[in-house]
Design a protein around this ligand. Structure first.
Ligand code: HEC
Length: 139
């Protein structure tokens, strides 16, 4: 291989590496930003929310990233919830309304298939914080 071609390939390789690194940094920044916004809007703790989602068995009916076994298909996937205009098509997507929904869905609409699961107020706040950190992903 002529030396000039070798240099060209090396430069090309470096360019690809730099682009990949830039994309990685951008994704990390977006996730950090989502996390900060979720905490600011809910005053909840996303990590505690993750544990609560598992404990209350929400994954039996929902697909939720980061929750082991959360592969349910009874309700909608909860990834990208922050981007939605409405919660369950009924409430404006505001943190306090999300908390209200998580605590008592039939109280919002008696016809809904999501049951009241006895979620404590603090747990609902933490769950809301976690759900707002989820990116839309590919769902
Ligand atoms: C028995 C099944 C079931 C369980 C368990 C369940 N859900 Fe749901 N969930 C649903 C269904 C069905 C809907 C759609 C409701 C509707 O549109 O009336 C829903 C809707 C939602 C929505 C609105 C989603 C959207 O796209 O607007 C959120 C948020 C939600 N559930 C959170 C939770 C959380 C948090 C838990 C655990 C505490 C949970 N769910 C447990 C069935 C369930």
């Amino acid at each position: 291989m002529p030396p000039s071609l070798r240099w060209l390939l090396l430069l090309l390789g470096l360019g690809i590496l730099a682009a990949a690194a830039a994309i990685g940094v951008q994704q990390w920044q977006r996730q950090t930003q989502r996390q900060d916004l979720a905490v600011a809007h809910t005053s909840g703790d996303p990590e505690a929310g993750r544990a609560a989602l598992y404990r209350y068995g929400c994954g039996g009916c929902h697909r939720i990233s980061g929750i082991p076994g959360a592969r349910g298909r009874v309700g909608p996937a909860l990834d990208g919830l922050a981007q939605r205009a409405y919660i369950a098509g009924r409430l404006p997507n505001e943190p306090e309304d999300l908390i209200r929904w998580i605590r008592n869905p039939p109280g919002v609409d008696p016809q809904t298939a999501m049951p009241e699961l006895g979620v404590e107020a603090a747990d609902a706040r933490d769950i809301a914080a976690y759900l707002y950190t989820l990116s839309p992903g590919w769902n």
